[in-house]
Design a protein around this ligand. Structure first.
Ligand code: FE
Ligand code: FE
Ligand code: ZN
Length: 284
């Protein structure tokens, strides 16, 4: 098995080159970042020199595919047309900018249907994606598995499969599995990771799985809460993550931490912990 592709969510506030340097400094071999302010305002103009330095650092250190994250404010299935329109326009812009860093991944939350019902939510998400995706784009767009908080769409593998089914250019789509979210959604990754992957394969197809978010959960299975915890300190526990990083069907996928840490040292320690477990040091 190759080296584990693992990293965390990093800040772009000091620029892209500085972000890549941060990734190197903590031993990351992939990472995530927001494509713009997480509140979802206007995107800053990308600095061509900064992006070039970023790309050369990623190349020099053998970074795996990066997993950009859309702001949480995008909602392709809002009941407000102006919110839907904003999400579509912002996603189109984000994907145009992603072409400056070709071959990476762009993850987004499918949306919240705000009492319109999951069927209408799925219809609107498909309509939005059909408008946003450009044939020939070099970025794979990932639907994130959601915890099922409130009216979130994407709370089950079936909902994700229905979205994929409704998109014309589905060759541009994949899934990012968030360990906290799937547990909160009721999938027993603690007791039966292998069975959950079997079910994913049956419903969605494992070839769609392109990235993972590694988060422990503050809440029990099926709680639909979406509160992340540090690795090993929540209801998933270290054994679950040891199983994730040694699971052959997940080998080679970028794995991104979104755990509550106070600074880079915390993620550096989690990355080292996961690498240790992946190399068979086992759970201490
Ligand atoms: Fe997310
Ligand atoms: Fe996530
Ligand atoms: Zn979450």
């Amino acid at each position: 098995m190759g080296e584990l592709l693992v990293g965390c969510h990093l800040s772009t506030s000091r620029g892209y080159a500085a972000m890549a340097d941060d990734a190197v400094s903590i031993g990351a071999t992939t990472f995530a970042f927001f494509t713009r302010n997480p509140r979802g305002g206007n995107a800053r103009e990308l600095d061509v020199g900064d992006v070039a330095a970023f790309l050369s650092t990623c190349e020099a250190h053998g970074m795996g595919p990066l997993v950009a994250h859309a702001p949480y404010t995008y909602n392709l299935c809002s009941s407000k047309p102006e919110t839907v329109e904003f999400a579509r326009r912002a996603m189109r812009e984000d994907l145009e900018r992603m072409e400056l860093l070709p071959g990476n991944l762009y993850n987004f939350h499918p949306g919240s249907h705000v009492k319109q019902g999951a069927d209408e939510g799925i219809r609107l998400i498909c309509e939005g994606l059909n408008e946003v995706l450009e044939p020939g784009q070099r970025t794979c767009v990932l639907l994130e598995t959601m915890a099922g908080k409130g009216t979130e769409v994407g709370r089950s593998f079936e909902e994700l499969a229905r979205i994929i089914d409704g998109v014309a250019h589905d060759e541009l789509l994949g899934v990012c599995l968030d360990t906290c979210h799937v547990a909160d959604a009721g999938y027993d990754v603690v007791g039966d990771l292998s069975g959950v992957l079997d079910e994913f394969d049956r419903v969605v197809g494992l070839e769609r799985l392109r990235a993972l978010h590694l988060n422990d959960s503050k809440n029990p299975l099926g709680s639909h809460k979406d509160r992340h915890e540090r690795i090993g300190e929540g209801t998933l526990g270290l054994e679950t993550f040891a199983a994730v990083v040694t699971e052959p069907r997940l080998a080679g996928l970028p794995m991104v931490l979104e755990t509550p840490q106070d600074g880079l040292e915390g993620w550096a320690a989690e990355i080292a912990l996961l690498r240790g477990m992946a190399s068979g040091e086992g759970v201490a």
